[in-house]
Structure formats: C-alpha cells, structure tokens
Design a binder for this molecule. Structure first.
Ligand code: GTP
Ligand code: MG
Length: 149
C-alpha cells in the first residue's frame, strides 16, 4: 500500500493540535505505520527541505521546523500521498479550504502546522531521512475490509 511522510510541525505540537491532526488522518481511513515525537536535527531538516535551499525563506523554514518537538509519521493507504495533500490543504492557509487542516487551523504559510510528501519520489526520500526500515510496522487493521472495495 502507498506510504507517505507526514510531519506535525512544532507550532501544532505547542498549540496542542497533535490529537486533532492524528484523528483526521485516522478518521479518513489511513493507517499510521510509524510515529515518533522528537526535535528534528538541523541536518535532517536541511536534507528534508533541500529543494528549497536557494529560497529566501529557507533559513527561517529550518529554524521553524527545528524549533521544538514535532511528530513524524509514516501514513499508509491507497492513494495516501494525494489524499494527505488534500487533507492538509493549500500551502498558504489563506488559500486552504475550510475542512482542510490548514484551512481550519492555520493563518500563515510560515506556521502552517503540517507537512505531507508531494510525490512518490518525495515520500520514499523523506521516509528514508526520518525512519529506519525497522521503525515501520507492517500490520493489518480490521477497518480495511470496510474501506476498500
Ligand atoms: P510542506 O508540506 O511543508 O512541504 O509544504 P508544501 O509542500 O505545501 O509547500 P512547499 O514545499 O512549497 O514549502 C515548504 C514549506 O516552506 C511550507 O510548508 C512553508 O512552511 C514554508 N514556506 C513555503 N513558502 C514560504 C514562504 O513564502 N514564506 C515562508 N515564511 N515560508 C514558506
Ligand atoms: Mg513541500
């Protein structure tokens, strides 16, 4: 089943939104295959966001995501990459629709509470940055018989 990498960013942890965000992932029907709370190292953050290395906001982005504990997850399910991008909503919360995480819970691009991988290649690359193979748990959930045709 398709896997994606999700981060609950440090602002969301500080605001007590971990449960709310995890709950939305679970209710949608996606399965959490790995999960860890910790402060992301500067090295991991720079590798994670390396596509943005030349952008003017890069230094503040790295400072933001390493500023305190965040939650890293591997989330699994059919089309999980596209589904989690839609669940998170537009990068700038001003453009994010109500009903999305950013549309309901965020104000500014620089404090937009969540991350989700944007492609199969990104998902594989990001999961490998943040998790070892042995951290990812392979299990079935009983609701899969209801969720999938
Ligand atoms: P991620 O899921 O975090 O990767 O967001 P995204 O894929 O919706 O957006 P993108 O990869 O383009 O940008 C990565 C992150 O950089 C965003 O989520 C923001 O936190 C931050 N970011 C992007 N553009 C800006 C900007 O113009 N200003 C600031 N301050 N931060 C930005
Ligand atoms: Mg991105």
């Amino acid at each position: 089943m398709e896997q994606t990498y999700i981060m609950i960013k440090p602002d969301a942890v500080q605001r007590g939104l971990m449960g709310e965000i995890i709950s939305r992932v679970e209710k949608r029907g996606l399965k959490i295959a790995a999960m860890r709370l910790g402060v992301m190292s500067e090295e991991s953050a720079k590798e994670h966001y390396k596509e943005h290395a030349e952008r003017p906001f890069f230094a503040s982005l790295i400072e933001y995501v390493t500023s305190g504990p965040s939650v890293s997850m591997v989330v699994e399910g059919k089309n999980s990459i596209a589904i989690m991008r839609a669940v998170n909503g537009a990068t700038n919360p001003v453009d994010a629709l109500p009903g999305t995480i950013r549309g309901d819970l965020a104000i500014e691009t620089g404090r937009n509470v969540v991350h989700a991988s944007d492609s199969t290649e990104s998902a594989q690359r990001e999961i490998a940055i943040h998790f070892k193979d042995s951290d990812i748990v392979n299990y079935s959930k009983i609701d899969e018989v209801c969720l999938y045709e």
